[in-house]
Design a protein around this ligand. Structure first.
Ligand SMILES: [Zn+2]
Length: 249
C-alpha cells in the first residue's frame, strides 16, 4: 500500500487538522446560556471593530464558546490521531481550530494553532500572552495583571492577518513534509490549501482523511469515511512503527 510505505519511510509527516474535528460548533438554541447568540454569525462578532465598540459583549460570546467547548469530550478521531502520532517519526501538527481540543486530547505533538486559541488571552497593552481557562470573569473585558491593559482572546479575528511567527513555522513544517495528512478537512480549503501547495513542492504524498475525502487537485490519495476508523486502521494494519516509550511528550 502506497500510504503504508510512505508512512514507514517518511522522515517527516505533517498533519493538518481541519474544521470537521472542531468542538467549536454553532451554538445550541436549546441551551439557555447560549440562546443570546443563536442568530449571531462569528463574522459579526469576532472582529477588531466589534471589540473596539463592545469588548464586554465580545468577551461574553467567547465565554459562552469556552463553556460550550468545555462541555465536550475530545472526539474519537482526535484520540485515534494521537495514537497514530506516537507511531510516526518526526511529526508536525497544524490546525486552524481555536478550541484547544488537540491539547486537551493529550496530543504528543504541540500543535501550531494558525488561528490562535480561545483558551489564551493577549494583552493589548504589553502583548503578554497567557493561558486562561476560565468560563467566567468578574470583570469584562478582563485586565492584564502586569500592565492593566485590556485583554483580548488570543485568536485571529476576521479581517486580521495570521500571526507571522506561527505561519512561518507552519510553512516550514509543510515544506519538509514527506507525507501530509489532512484530517477532517479538505486540502483545497484554506488554511490547508496554501500549506499543501508547499508540501507538494517537496513532492510530499498528500492524503485526505475524512467523511468527504476526495482525491484530485493537490490531493493524491483520499481515505473517505469516519476519520477515527481510518486512523485506527492505519495503526492496526501496522503501517507505522510501534510507539516509542522514550519519545518526548
Ligand atoms: Zn499587559
Amino acid at each position: 500500500m502506497r500510504l503504508g510505505t510512505a508512512l514507514r519511510t517518511a522522515r517527516v509527516v505533517t498533519v493538518l487538522v481541519g474544521a470537521d474535528l472542531s468542538a467549536d460548533e454553532a451554538v445550541s438554541p436549546a441551551d439557555s446560556q447560549e440562546r443570546e447568540w443563536v442568530d449571531i454569525e462569528p463574522s459579526d462578532i469576532a472582529t477588531p471593530e466589534e471589540f473596539r465598540q463592545a469588548p464586554e459583549r465580545v468577551w461574553r460570546w467567547y465565554m459562552s464558546r469556552r463553556a460550550s467547548i468545555a462541555r465536550r469530550s475530545p472526539f474519537p478521531a482526535l484520540l485515534a490521531l494521537n495514537d497514530l502520532l506516537q507511531r510516526l517519526p518526526r511529526t508536525h501538527l497544524i490546525t486552524g481550530n481555536v478550541d484547544g481540543m488537540l491539547e486537551r486530547g493529550g496530543t504528543p505533538v504541540r500543535p501550531l494553532e494558525l488561528h490562535g486559541s480561545v483558551w489564551r488571552t493577549r494583552c493589548m497593552g504589553c502583548g503578554r500572552v497567557r493561558a486562561d481557562t476560565r468560563s467566567a470573569h468578574p470583570e469584562l473585558p478582563p485586565r492584564c495583571t502586569h500592565c492593566g491593559g485590556i485583554l483580548r482572546p488570543d485568536v485571529v479575528w476576521f479581517g486580521e492577518a495570521l500571526n507571522t511567527h506561527v505561519l512561518d513555522q507552519a510553512v516550514r513544517a509543510a515544506c519538509v513534509a514527506e507525507v501530509m495528512l489532512v484530517v477532517g478537512g479538505r486540502v483545497n480549503h484554506q488554511p490547508a490549501a496554501s500549506l499543501v501547495a508547499h508540501a507538494r513542492e517537496n513532492e510530499a504524498l498528500v492524503v485526505e482523511i475524512g467523511l468527504d475525502a476526495r482525491a484530485g487537485g493537490l490531493c493524491q490519495l483520499a481515505l473517505p469515511g469516519p476519520p477515527e476508523d481510518t486512523l485506527r486502521a492505519l495503526v492496526r494494519q501496522g503501517l507505522t512503527r510501534p510507539p516509542d516509550p522514550a519519545a518526548p511528550e
